[in-house]
Write a protein that binds this ligand. Structure first.
Ligand code: C2E
Ligand code: MG
Ligand code: MG
Ligand code: MG
Length: 285
């Protein structure tokens, strides 16, 4: 190029590729060991009504509690777990743990009866032929009602496999399990599936919320999503609310629900319990 040259060195390239492969393999092994040794834990991020300020539920978010490295966030291991198939047993554990915890809270706190626990669903999980039976088993084992559970499915997943999901989604609806489209706005946002599939909620991606008052486009997009969702009788939840201004704008636009650092970060079980205990005074407005 311009007064500059680079020498491509195949040996070096091979070495780095091999290094990455080794690292990946090590991670795969470590992940399956971690599952055996029960090193995964769930954090719970409170979700509030922006209209009444009441707590309406929690989103369960997985973390890997590594004995040496500490808490590892899901973006470091979910995709590898998907590739290796380890996501199947991991997701099963996550769902069972989240349902079990919600049920325990309901037994402990009278006014937790109508709260919902939201659980993220992976693509691989949906493709399993026995995913519906697995969910039934978990609900039966934990004693949680379907109406206390919500599944979050990313928009990109729907694009992948729209037809085969229809049956799954319908079955969930029969059980009173609510369905939410996660990270809405980041995929192709084909609006057609919004009314064809039985979704209760769209969750607007954090990237739009972050820029809601700095970029004119973002607020217009958010407003359009809310308007469209409401016309289809679908609720809207905003993720990643960090400032008072973002909260007020969303409230003004009629967005029903919200979660974000402004209200609470994802919390460990004890801290989430603290929120439940303070539920009566947990007003956010
Ligand atoms: P997500 O489902 O969109 O979850 C929301 C993410 O945004 C969480 O990150 C949460 O900690 C973060 N967040 C919430 N409020 C705020 C805020 O106000 N500001 C900022 N900057 N961030 C906020 P987390 O826990 O790291 O999870 C990342 C992603 O990993 C999740 O995105 C989800 O796609 C995936 N994930 C997490 N737990 C699970 C799980 O149990 N199963 C599967 N399949 N995926 C999971
Ligand atoms: Mg989610
Ligand atoms: Mg999300
Ligand atoms: Mg997101």
């Amino acid at each position: 190029g311009k007064a500059c040259y680079r020498i491509f060195e195949p040996a070096l390239h091979q070495r780095t590729t091999r290094k990455l492969e080794v690292e990946k393999m090590e991670l795969e092994v470590a992940l399956s060991e971690a599952l055996k040794h029960k090193e995964f834990i769930l954090y719970y991020q409170p979700i509030f009504s922006l209209i009444t300020s009441n707590l309406v539920g929690f989103e369960a978010l997985v973390r890997w509690k590594h004995p040496e490295k500490g808490l590892i966030p899901p973006n470091k291991f979910i995709s590898i777990a998907e590739e290796t198939g380890l996501i199947i047993p991991l997701s099963e554990w996550i769902l069972a743990e989240a349902c079990h915890q919600m049920k325990a809270w309901q037994e402990q706190f009278e006014n937790a009866a109508s709260l919902r626990i939201s659980v993220n669903v992976s693509g691989r999980q949906l493709k399993e032929s026995n995913s519906i039976e697995k969910i039934d088993e978990i609900l039966t084992a934990t004693g949680l009602k379907g109406s206390n559970l919500k599944l979050e499915i990313t928009e990109s997943l729907l694009m992948e496999n729209r037809e085969s999901f229809r049956y799954f989604l319908k079955q969930m609806k029969h059980r009173g399990i609510e369905l939410s489209i996660d990270d809405f706005g980041t995929g192709y946002s084909s609006l057609s599936y919004l009314h064809r599939l039985p979704f209760n909620t769209v969750k607007i991606d954090r990237s739009f919320i972050t820029n809601i008052y700095s970029e004119e486009n973002s607020i217009n997009i958010v407003q359009a999503i809310i308007t469209l969702a409401h016309q289809l009788s679908i609720n809207v939840i905003a993720e990643g609310i960090e400032t008072e201004q973002q909260f007020r704008i969303l409230q003004g636009l009629g967005c029903e629900f919200g979660q974000g650092y402004l209200f609470a970060k994802p919390l460990d079980v004890e801290a989430a319990q603290g929120v439940l205990m303070a539920m009566v005074n947990s007003s956010i407005s």
